[in-house]
Design a protein around this ligand. Structure first.
Ligand code: E4P
Length: 220
């Protein structure tokens, strides 16, 4: 399973790349706005830090506009993946960009029917938004299970399921259980994955007992 970071904060990415756990990055216009910097500058820096796929989202809503923006952003770095919304125009653009050899992440997927369309137009990734479905009282994780089940029926579907809108570690664990290929998570959630109170308690007890022995492992 691949871990992507869902952020446009270069400092956070730089720090977490050191863990060896970051396989890629996803950004969106809201995350770029939070970063408060020029999009392309941020994108170049992220692509240098992370060799894996880095999603950059188009903001035009027309087929022609998305094609133009997608082709432009794809030239920024070889690991840029173009993010398009799951609309008729977006999927038309996905089909063409994919045929040109540009990887596309179809974002804002909220139903299994939409995920079938994304696979049929050759998307490299489809991003079902779990947290936003939970927010409106739907079981977001059910969508991941449904897409995994559907894609398994059709070996010609090569689209990777990228679980998005992740809010907490249980979303990551459940996405893994469902068989999502990738989970994109905010930096905070990646850090939370390490935590368990019994780890802290156990370590503290071991260190206290070790101190009582008066020994040092590297003592000469
Ligand atoms: C995915 O690529 C999106 O950037 C992201 O996961 C959206 O998450 P949110 O619902 O927390 O904004």
């Amino acid at each position: 399973m691949k871990f992507f970071l869902d952020t446009a904060d270069v400092n956070e990415i730089r720090e977490l790349v050191e863990t060896g756990l970051v396989d890629g990055v996803t950004t969106n216009p809201s995350l770029v706005a939070q970063a408060g910097r020029r999009f392309e500058d941020v994108l170049i820096e992220i692509c240098e830090l992370v060799p894996g796929p880095v999603s950059a989202e188009v903001t035009d809503t027309t087929f022609e506009g998305m094609l133009a923006e997608g082709r432009h952003l794809a030239k920024v770095a070889s690991n840029v993946v173009i993010k398009v919304p799951l609309t008729i125009e977006g999927l038309k653009a996905c089909r063409i960009l994919s045929r040109e050899g540009i990887k596309v992440n179809v974002t804002l997927c909220f139903s299994p029917a939409q995920a079938i369309l994304a696979a049929k137009v050759g998307a490299s990734f489809v991003s079902p938004f779990i947290g936003r479905l939970d927010d409106v009282g739907e079981a977001g994780m059910t969508l991941i299970y449904e897409i995994v089940e559907i894609y398994r029926n059709y070996p010609e579907f090569t689209t990777e399921i990228l679980a998005a809108s992740i809010r907490h570690p249980i979303h990551v664990v459940d996405s893994a259980r469902a068989g999502a290929h990738v989970v994109t998570m905010p930096p905070k959630v990646l850090r939370q994955l390490y935590n368990h109170p019994l780890t802290d308690k156990g370590l503290s007890a071991f260190l206290n007992d070790w101190k009582k022995t008066g020994q040092k492992i590297l003592a000469r």
